[in-house]
Write a protein that binds this ligand. Structure first.
Ligand SMILES: [Mn+2]
Length: 363
């Protein structure tokens, strides 16, 4: 759990904000947890949303936020443009998330988790409402009326946990399970950069509050639907490697043949970044609307959040995503060309620092 008095963190955040074209220090500067708590305390009815194609942090944070608001005697309606992935449906209250295209009703505020704008939710009906944004992405934007941003939080769930503590809410076991699931998945099972002592302290507190690590791991990692494995097999036959870059792709036809759902593509890109000597990886996936979804990973100097943001997407330094216009071929070339350039630049930086530029150097 990062603290507000983390000066180097604050400087890092401002630097990142500047690089992403934000305007730190302007009127929309993030206001912090107290401002969020103030909105929550004053209001009575809230809509809670996260991004489309919700991941573990989106689902876990939404559910925990709903439980937090209920405990405070508030009404919380949870909305998602896409279904809750199968592996998260066992979480307490998961069935209360309304899958819809539109937020309707009278709310004192809409709380958006993990979003850098309304568009990210793919929900209609949010415009003109009082908006609260809680985000930890490097690609954050201060688009809401109240913006609480902490790039150093290992998951938005960490921020929801802090909010619960500050509000004096008891973290009951189902809530702890939601938060733990979010932290587990958003840290890549405590593997990603940024997994520091705080992440483990948070996990420890959540386990003490009743989260069961083995049971949660069983649901999340050892309950894969068979089509997911079939799809993975197909994707792996397509694996390409070029020096420090690796990529693979999934066509619309592959999805149909494997009877796979969109969520079954989750994690495939990790097999590409998991290769020794590979520093950047891409999964290219055809969507049913003709667009192409890119999942980007880095385990070196390449900042995929910046790359994704330049294509209208977002994410973290080592994991990001964006959507391009189809067809797949040209979209793949666009992203590969960009990745090659970034890898070449990182190798040049290393050379300038007198370090080894890496093996199988490109460019
Ligand atoms: Mn997250």
């Amino acid at each position: 759990m990062s603290t507000g008095h983390d000066i180097p963190g604050e400087q890092r955040r401002e630097r990142m904000a500047t690089r992403l074209g934000h305007a730190p220090g302007s009127g929309t500067r993030p206001a912090g947890m107290e401002a969020v708590l103030d909105v929550v305390r004053r209001g009575r009815r809230f809509a809670v949303c996260s991004h489309a194609r919700p991941d573990g942090d989106a689902v876990g944070s939404m559910l925990a936020c709903g439980m937090l608001l209920s405990q405070m005697g508030k009404q919380a309606d949870l909305y998602s443009a896409d279904p809750v992935p199968q592996i998260y449906r066992w979480l307490g209250c998961a069935e209360t998330i309304r899958q819809t295209q539109r937020v309707e009703g009278d709310y004192d505020a809409a709380i958006l988790l993990e979003c850098d704008g309304i568009a990210r939710t793919r929900l209609q009906g949010l415009e003109g409402r009082k908006l609260v944004s809680i985000d930890h992405h490097a690609s954050w934007r201060a688009f809401a009326d109240v913006n609480w941003i902490d790039e150093h939080a290992c998951a938005v769930a960490e921020m929801v946990y802090r909010l619960a503590r500050a509000a004096g809410v008891t973290v009951v076991p189902p809530m702890a399970a939601c938060l733990y699931t979010a932290v587990l998945t958003d840290t890549g099972s405590f593997c990603y950069e940024g997994t520091d002592a705080h992440a483990f302290e948070l996990a420890r507190e959540l386990v003490r509050c009743g989260a069961e690590p083995a049971a949660i791991a069983r649901e999340v990692y050892f309950s894969n639907p068979l089509p997911k494995m079939v799809l993975l097999g197909t994707a792996l036959t397509r694996l390409e490697r070029e020096g420090r870059l690796a990529w693979l792709w999934v066509t619309h036809e592959d999805m149909t043949r494997a009877e796979a759902a969109e969520e079954d593509c989750e994690g495939i890109v990790n097999y590409a970044i998991g290769i020794a000597g590979v520093e950047a990886a891409v999964l290219v996936r055809e969507l049913h609307d003709g667009k192409v979804r890119l999942s980007l990973r880095s385990k070196g100097d390449v900042d995929v959040a910046l790359i994704a943001a330049s294509f209208g997407g977002g994410g973290h330094r080592h994991a990001g995503g964006c959507t391009l216009e189809g067809p797949r071929g040209p979209a793949t070339e666009r992203i590969l060309e960009r990745m090659r350039r970034e890898l070449a630049a990182s190798a040049a930086d290393r050379r300038a620092r007198g370090e080894s530029p890496g093996t199988n150097l490109l460019g």
